[in-house]
Design a protein around this ligand. Structure first.
Ligand code: G4P
Length: 291
């Protein structure tokens, strides 16, 4: 049976309400998206939520994405007047660069940002001259929020505890730069805008696999891959790329996924293919390109 990629669990409204409260506490919103599908893994509501705040789009897991396409995405976001960076959250120096971005991009490319920033601090009830910048990380599940926060905070940081005038129970991490990071990320959920967008989320593992037929998912992936990155599956698995199902069967046969009587074990083949993609073993593949 074909997968319904637009199935949506429906806890978005509750999560958004919780985020709205947290966002009131911060000056800067770091929105993590997956560099392999920055639009599908983003949440359109963020634009409205980020109103009056500094909003930085971070293309995470850049080590898994097609570098050329990531460059195109950075140009795309920056071209639309947004602050954007691409990082591998497992690398300290790359993550630190996001903090530098606040100052650097504000000066180099967004000259009006200094004023915007001061306004944001004032709007958050602060005095730009006196208090630290408060930062929050948001993103959909599995996009790398915890990894980013851990690397960003690093060893040199310490939890600063509850602050007067700040909602109880919130922990702030003092960053080396003196700025404060909210230790719990804002979790966003996304209702796929289209069947295609949902399919990309499913490839990445951002939809619950339990609600999907993995055979169908792998077949859809194989079809997509043949079209978008021709030759990639052929060189990875040492097979010939033909049409989707045949190619999937060739991969299964090559990897010994056979049942009694030499029948292809689609489930095992699907598991291998999806796992290989999710761990970037097929290559650095981007699922989306700017239009
Ligand atoms: P979340 O809080 O947004 O839900 O995501 P989390 O940090 O738990 O990250 C989800 C998975 O993505 C983790 O892998 C994490 O290691 C991986 N990850 C996060 N950022 C990056 C990145 O920039 N590059 C790469 N290559 N991977 C990244 P996992 O397999 O679930 O856990 P683990 O085995 O790595 O611990």
């Amino acid at each position: 049976m074909a997968n319904n990629y637009q199935w949506f669990p429906g806890h978005m409204a509750k999560a958004l309400r919780a985020m709205r409260e947290d966002i009131k506490l911060v000056d800067v919103l770091i929105e993590l998206v997956d560099a392999r599908a920055p639009i599908s893994t983003g949440n359109p509501s963020i634009q409205e939520l980020a109103e009056g705040k500094i909003h930085i789009v971070v293309l995470n897991k850049k080590d898994m994405a097609d570098p050329e396409v990531t460059k195109e995405w950075l140009d795309f976001f920056r071209g639309n007047g947004m602050l954007a960076a691409a990082v591998d959250s497992k690398k300290k120096n790359e993550v630190t660069s996001v903090e530098n971005l606040l100052t650097k991009l504000a000066r180099d490319e967004f000259k009006e940002s200094d004023a915007r920033f001061e306004a944001a601090v004032r709007a958050a009830g602060g005095d730009p001259g006196k208090r630290n910048v408060r930062i929050m990380v948001t993103g959909i599940p599995n996009v790398g929020k915890s990894t980013f926060i851990n690397t960003f905070a690093g060893r040199a940081s310490a939890k600063t505890g509850n602050k007067p005038g700040v909602t109880r129970g919130k922990q702030w991490i003092r960053l080396k730069s003196g700025n404060d990071l909210l230790d719990t990320p804002g979790v966003l959920y996304v209702k796929p805008l289209s069947e295609e967008s949902g399919m990309r989320l499913a490839f990445l593992g951002s939809l619950n696999d339990n609600n999907l037929s993995m055979d169908e998912l792998a077949l859809d992936f194989v079809k997509w891959c043949i079209e978008a990155y021709p030759g990639c599956l052929a060189s990875k698995y040492g097979i010939e790329e033909t049409e989707g199902l045949e190619t999937m069967e060739a991969i299964g046969a090559k990897r010994g996924c056979l049942k009694k009587g030499g029948v292809i074990d689609y489930e095992r083949a699907a598991g291998i293919i999806i796992d290989d993609f999710r761990n970037a073993r097929i290559g650095r593949l981007s699922l989306e390109r700017p239009e």
